[in-house]
Design a protein around this ligand. Structure first.
Ligand SMILES: Cc1cc2nc3c(=O)[nH]c(=O)nc-3n(C[C@H](O)[C@H](O)[C@H](O)COP(=O)(O)OP(=O)(O)OC[C@H]3O[C@@H](n4cnc5c(N)ncnc54)[C@H](O)[C@@H]3O)c2cc1C
Length: 542
């Protein structure tokens, strides 16, 4: 492993705040679910068929990354398709790092999970009585089920509708999980700031972490403001293994405005025929890849960055003018309306687009049943790293991953109900600086500029030294959700930048200017990190 200089240390405390569960209310449940997106709701609905389940979310039930999903959910359901083809496409996109067992599970169990979603009320678009499937980058044929261009909010509404009918499921909004509670190296619940600002302990033999992504670690992102990487940081503080976090997927076509989050122009628009053009109006993807605009995302994004650099520009252009305006309006109503609201006529104008941080490929390492390295803790959805995405997620596989692995968690917890903890748990906040009101904006900008689409040893060390400064400015005894989120952003930024520094090659969505090629001999491996800075690599089966 070519590493010439020492790796900067990360300063990750065990707990963000001092506490004693003997001095706060303790709320007991069989299964504690953290997060109300597709992963959390699926796990909660399934587990509540047999047990008492408590679901916590730090915002409103509908305020999730899931709500924002546009394109849809992938599944091999058409007659022309097969799970083998879906498997092959996922493996090809993953650039040599997919866990093949996990991918097999995803593609084999996915169609049944989609059918279950349809049975509980999800209504995907149809044409002449059959599901209307879209094609997205990296898929060899059309296999994306969708609801116009607002698939995520439709799925979210369906799941939330069923939640309301479940007797053994209680939902608590505006409850912020600060940390996981552990006793004897086992997760026994979570420490939570409740809506009135007071602290409570939620005690459970099984905790399912489904807290979503971490796009807000970057200044330019498509993610909503809840995606602050809390779950990754929380699990890391509790001692769970974290894997593959150098792989952050940037979306090639976010609308190039100053908005935060950046409005996404779904890949499905390219699936319908939209093309990318540079500042001179030239279509450039045809020279780069046989699938042109529908090449895997990492390839499209690097081509965009190259063209932006060559042309000295900060954007390229998406051209949907060849598509029938009636199709555009009917198939992409929210994009049509949003573009109109900023003065762009999708049928006649070129749309300015640029890359934005979009999806955390890595996360809390799990096995095929969603178990993390910390007994009692499961993880699902974007916070988890099941290995299905390898080094680059195939478009529309993430909603599917949440459905498939949350269901598997419910099967696995059957054997994990033996210990209901009742002893006190106490913790002490890690040593840190004073309670400084840190502005994380400059760090987020530095992450976009120096640890974003293109990275070098120097750029990553620069950002790590900023992270060290930010860590020392933060108080570790913080129990206000806004302070905890800042701490979590800083921790996750450190995990990403450090892993990206370690991986001295380019692969999938991780691109190093100083190591521009993949290095299969040294790097057909996954990087696993823990709180103690311990780093190990795990070989990937060929
Ligand atoms: C603009 C956009 C478009 C996308 N399009 C697609 C697509 O077409 N197809 C696809 O497959 N994927 C798509 N994705 C990705 C996909 O939406 C997400 O990966 C997926 O929805 C994540 O689901 P989740 O359940 O893991 O997390 P989320 O849906 O993000 O839910 C996370 C939950 O955790 C809660 N939470 C977080 N931290 C805490 C805390 N500290 N305490 C308590 N609760 C907490 C949040 O409040 C929220 O309820 C898109 C993403 C974006 C942003």
């Amino acid at each position: 492993m070519a590493q010439t200089r020492a790796l900067p240390a990360l300063n990750v405390p065990r707990y963000l705040t001092s506490f004693d569960t003997g001095e706060v209310p303790v709320r007991r449940t069989d299964v504690l679910v953290i997060g109300s997106g597709i992963a959390g709701l699926t796990a909660a609905l399934c587990a509540s068929e047999l047990r008492d389940v408590t679901l916590l979310t730090k915002a409103g039930l509908m305020q999730t990354g899931t709500w924002y999903a546009q394109g849809g959910v992938a599944g091999a359901i058409s007659e022309e398709d097969s799970t083998q083809l879906h498997f092959d496409d996922t493996i090809a996109a993953g650039a040599g790092l997919c866990d093949t067992e996990a991918v097999r599970i995803l593609v084999d169990e996915g169609p049944d999970r989609i059918q279950e979603l349809i049975r509980i009320g999800a209504s995907f678009d149809t044409f002449q009585g059959r599901l209307r499937l879209a094609r997205e980058g990296g898929h060899s044929l059309a296999r994306i089920l969708h609801v116009g261009d607002t698939t995520g909010s439709a799925i979210q509404a369906t799941l939330v509708g069923v939640v309301a009918e479940r007797e053994r499921l209680s939902v608590h909004e505006n409850c912020f999980v600060v940390d996981l509670l552990t006793r004897e190296d086992r997760c026994v619940g979570a420490l939570v700031v409740e809506p009135d600002g007071t602290m409570a302990a939620y005690s459970a033999p099984v905790t399912v972490l489904a807290s979503g992504g971490s796009g807000c670690v970057f200044w330019v992102t498509t993610n909503p403001d809840i995606s602050t990487g809390d779950g990754l940081a929380i699990a890391c503080r509790a001692g769970a293994d974290i894997a593959d976090v150098e792989f952050v997927q940037f979306h090639p076509t976010a609308l190039d405005t100053d908005d935060s989050p950046r409005f996404l122009i779904t890949e499905a628009l390219r699936g319908e025929g939209a093309v990318l053009r540079d500042g001179h109006g030239n279509r450039f993807m045809t020279d780069v890849h046989p699938s042109a605009e529908l090449a895997p995302r990492d390839i499209v994004i690097r081509a965009i960055i190259d063209h932006m650099r060559e042309g000295g520009e900060h954007r390229v252009w998406l051209d949907a003018t060849e598509i029938d305006p009636a199709v555009l309006k009917e198939r992409f109503p929210s994009i049509w309306d949003h573009c109109a609201s900023v003065g762009i006529d999708l049928a006649n104008d070129l749309v300015p687009v640029s890359p934005a941080a979009h999806y955390m490929v890595g996360g809390v390492l799990t096995d095929a049943w969603g178990r993390t390295s910390l007994p009692g803790l499961y993880a699902s959805g974007e916070v988890a790293c099941t290995g299905v995405h390898g080094a680059n997620r195939l478009a529309s596989n993430s909603l599917l991953e949440g459905l498939v692995f949350s269901k598997r968690i419910c099967s696995a917890i059957e054997s994990d109900q033996n210990r209901v903890p009742d002893d006190r748990v106490a913790g002490v906040a890690g040593a840190g600086g004073g309670p400084v009101d840190l502005d994380v904006g400059p760090l987020r900008r530095a992450m976009s500029e120096k640890a974003g689409v293109r990275r070098t040893d120097q750029s990553l060390r620069d950002v790590l030294s900023r992270i060290a400064d930010a860590s020392s400015a933060l108080s570790f005894d913080c129990a206000r959700p806004s302070d905890c989120q800042k701490q979590n952003l800083v921790t996750v930024a450190g995990l990403i930048a450090r892993s990206a520094l370690i991986r001295t090659e380019s692969r999938g969505v991780h691109y190093r200017d100083d190591f521009p090629d993949p290095d299969d001999r040294q790097w057909r491996k996954r990087i696993v990190v823990t709180r103690e800075n311990f780093m190990r690599t795990v070989d990937v089966a060929p």
